[in-house]
Design a protein around this ligand. Structure first.
Ligand code: IPE
Ligand code: IPE
Ligand code: MG
Length: 235
């Protein structure tokens, strides 16, 4: 099962407490650790977390710097834990705008965790689904026979997702907004969507479980006729 999370609401969490927005990101980083643990315990195969969008570069300089600092710190502190927990870590998105030392830290974490079998943790940084689709389309341009599966593989390639990930089963967005904000547009074609008002720093294992329970109650049809509904003659 592939779960993706738009971790939104850090700024509001801080503002409500009279704190500067970066304080919300510090608290949000703690919630990331809890979510990763909860997902691994729940048997999720792939967890993709939206940490920084390509549009987030437009934020004030100190906020962007703070987020990059937290990300680097996360890699330093969590890589060991991922190795111990057999979690493979990948960073997806563009790499050409990240600073050199962060890039090295990313590559280091990816190499050290490459044997992880229990869960694939993908962290989206400088990520834009539209940009990824555009890059993949450019690579695919001359192929008339390209299948959706092959395109998906190209998409994983341009996003640096090694190994590639399957489509999303459950997309969670915290913070109350009901939009995708350029996240995994191709991969969410048939994802179940779960929106919660809970702000990201408050998202804990219990909240994660509630999302999984809600997902378990959904009937996924993928455009087909549900066999039970048809048998009851309701169609
Ligand atoms: C999500 O929280 C974290 C990032 C986008 C990096 P926000 O910073 O967007 O928090 P709000 O939405 O302003 O509350
Ligand atoms: C989406 O949140 C990006 C991340 C959570 C990293 P934003 O806060 O940037 O999205 P918008 O601006 O509300 O659409
Ligand atoms: Mg936001």
């Amino acid at each position: 099962m592939h779960v993706a999370i738009i971790m939104d609401g850090n700024g509001r969490w801080a503002t409500r407490r009279g704190l500067p927005r970066p304080a919300g990101h510090v608290e949000g980083a703690k919630a990331v650790r809890a979510a990763v643990e909860a997902a691994a315990r729940a048997g999720v195969d792939t967890l993709t977390l939206y940490a920084f969008s390509a549009a987030n570069w437009e934020r004030p300089r100190n906020e962007v710097d703070g987020l990059m600092f937290l990300f680097r710190r996360y890699l330093f502190t969590e890589t060991r834990r991922c190795i111990d927990e057999s979690i493979r870590m990948s960073v997806i998105g563009r790499r050409d705008r990240l600073d050199e030392s962060l890039l090295r830290a990313i590559e280091h974490s990816e190499q050290l965790t490459a044997d992880g079998k229990r869960m694939h943790l993908r962290i989206a940084v400088d990520y834009s689904a539209q940009n990824g689709i555009l890059q993949a389309a450019r690579r695919a341009r001359r192929s008339q026979t390209l299948t959706a599966q092959e395109f998906h593989r190209l998409l994983n390639e341009v996003n640096h997702s090694r190994p590639g990930a399957s489509e999303v089963d459950l997309l969670i967005r915290t913070g109350g907004e009901k939009r995708l904000s350029d996240f995994l547009l191709w991969e969410c074609a048939y994802a179940e969507l779960y929106f919660t008002d809970c702000l990201w720093p408050d998202f804990d294992e219990q909240q994660f479980q509630a999302a999984l329970e809600d997902y378990a109650s959904r009937v996924r049809r993928f455009g087909k006729v549900n066999a039970e509904t048809a048998a009851e003659g309701r169609l």
